[in-house]
Ligand binder design. Structure first.
Ligand code: URA
Length: 208
């Protein structure tokens, strides 16, 4: 079973209050999404493998450890892009891919309309981002696409998670851990997370 990590960090909770506030404008919203994503990625990278190295300090040789993994950040278009910068702050050498999906109105199945990934993505630990894990349909499909490309290690990061989305991911992809800044109560009839924060994409990009 995949793990669901929900942050209880005071700084994240403080920032979540600002994100939820309908009076927070696009500039602040975008910045705070980036900050929360950065703080979450600190937790989501806790299990990365390390290797021993020796470093020459100005005084002596020091036994150190460095991350022994190739990393990639893959935002799901469009709202996932809002989290990329925050993750990059902690993982500046990570490669970045993008996945775009839409729901076919007839079959209701997610269809990939854009996919550009690092050529060696199969060898990388992928941090997949989407601020809102609502029904989980998009995230489930994006994880499936990454696995089809040979990716073995995937971590999913979101700002808000709903029980429906978490359940879907845990069922379909029990090997994928989920990191969320908050876990909300439910979805409403329009698929919005309640109490949520509204449409994350529109609030990040100021399109509403
Ligand atoms: N997507 C959003 O942007 N907000 C929600 O509440 C659910 C899905």
């Amino acid at each position: 079973m995949s793990r669901l990590f929900v942050s209880d960090h005071p700084l994240i909770q403080n920032k979540m209050a600002m994100l939820r506030d309908e009076n927070t404008g696009a500039k602040d919203f975008r910045e705070i999404v980036g900050e929360v994503a950065m703080l979450l990625s600190y937790e989501a990278t806790r299990d990365l493998p390390l290797k021993d190295v020796q470093v020459q300090t100005p005084v002596a040789k020091a036994d150190c450890r460095i991350v022994d993994a190739k990393l990639a950040i893959v935002p799901i278009l469009r709202a996932g892009i809002g989290m990329t910068e925050g993750l990059l702050r902690l993982m500046p050498t990570a490669k970045i891919g993008h996945i775009g999906l839409y729901r076919d109105p007839n079959t209701l199945q997610p269809v990939e309309y854009y996919c550009k990934l690092p050529v060696d993505v199969a060898e990388r630990t992928v941090f997949l981002t989407d601020p809102m894990l609502a029904t989980g349909g998009t995230a489930e499909a994006a994880i499936g696409f990454l696995k089809e490309k040979g990716v073995k290690k995937i971590v999913f990061l979101c700002i808000l998670a709903a029980p429906e989305g978490v359940e879907k991911i845990q069922k379909a992809h029990p090997d994928v851990d989920i990191y969320a800044a908050a876990y909300d109560e439910k979805l409403n009839d329009h698929g919005y997370i309640v109490p949520g924060l509204g449409d994350a994409g529109d609030r990040i990009f100021g399109t509403k």
